[in-house]
Design a protein around this ligand. Structure first.
Ligand code: ADP
Ligand code: 5GP
Length: 208
């Protein structure tokens, strides 16, 4: 069964769980893929680069993108807006690529509503809440107030793990990365109803 279109892999999980670390570790090992760079109104962190980690915009610029229907999905997360631009995703899917999203639970619901047939989702978390706190404080990219807010959000996000196809507990980074490589392979093999119908149609033709 040849795949005509690409596939989507959604990664969600509390801020500080290790999503970026895992993506960086596997991105060169999972074949042709496109990492969706979100647009955000959140301030840039030390070490972040415009156009690499995010497209950093003002609230007014973000609102313009909403008005022009430029987003596949967008959400208010921790008081800042984050959105996924539609066009580069469409282009990457048309090229048969695996499109990776690092988006929150609201984004996962929206992507599943629009692209559910070709979407696989994975929730990534630390083994415990206290380990999450350790990592956020150790990363030291956010103020104490922002970190406390993220921890509050994490307690809510964790209640929605059952909405995901897979769970990765990111304890040992290498082991977690290996699991993510396997999930990326599985995501590519997921077949949409169109592809199944096409296959069944051709299969019946060959029989007759
Ligand atoms: P996220 O993208 O989910 O917000 P990061 O990838 O920025 O998370 O990771 C948060 C912090 O935890 C970083 O300082 C990172 O180096 C560290 N980290 C990631 N994975 C592990 C792990 N398995 N064990 C220990 N520290 C980790
Ligand atoms: P951070 O500020 O730590 O980079 O990201 C905060 C949260 O926003 C994370 O849960 C991340 O997955 C989520 N996020 C990043 N980009 C998007 C996006 O485009 N859409 C949605 N819905 N969430 C996003």
């Amino acid at each position: 069964m040849n795949r005509q279109t690409g596939a989507v892999l959604v990664l969600s999980g509390p801020s500080g769980a290790g999503k970026s670390s895992l993506i960086n570790k596997v991105i060169d090992d999972i074949g042709e893929c496109y990492f969706s760079i979100s647009t955000t109104t959140r301030p840039m962190r030390a070490g972040e680069v415009e156009g690499v980690h995010y497209h950093f915009v003002t609230k007014e610029e973000f609102q313009k993108d909403i008005d022009n229907d430029n987003f596949l999905e967008y959400a208010l997360v921790h008081g800042n807006y984050y959105g996924t631009s539609l066009k580069p995703v469409k282009d990457a899917l048309a090229e048969g690529k695996l499109v990776l999203f690092d988006i929150d639970v609201q984004g996962n619901t929206a992507v599943n509503n629009r692209l559910g047939e070709i979407t696989t989702s994975v929730f990534i978390t630390t083994p415990t809440l206290s380990e999450l706190k350790n990592r956020l404080y150790k990363r030291s990219t956010d103020s104490d107030e922002v970190i406390e807010n993220r921890i509050k959000m994490a307690k809510r996000e964790i209640q929605r793990i059952s909405e995901y196809d897979f769970l990765i507990v990111n304890d040992d980074l290498d082991e977690a990365a290996q699991t993510l490589r396997l999930i990326a392979q599985a995501a590519r093999l997921k077949v949409s109803n169109d592809i199944i119908n096409d296959f069944v149609h051709k299969w019946e033709d060959i029989e007759s």
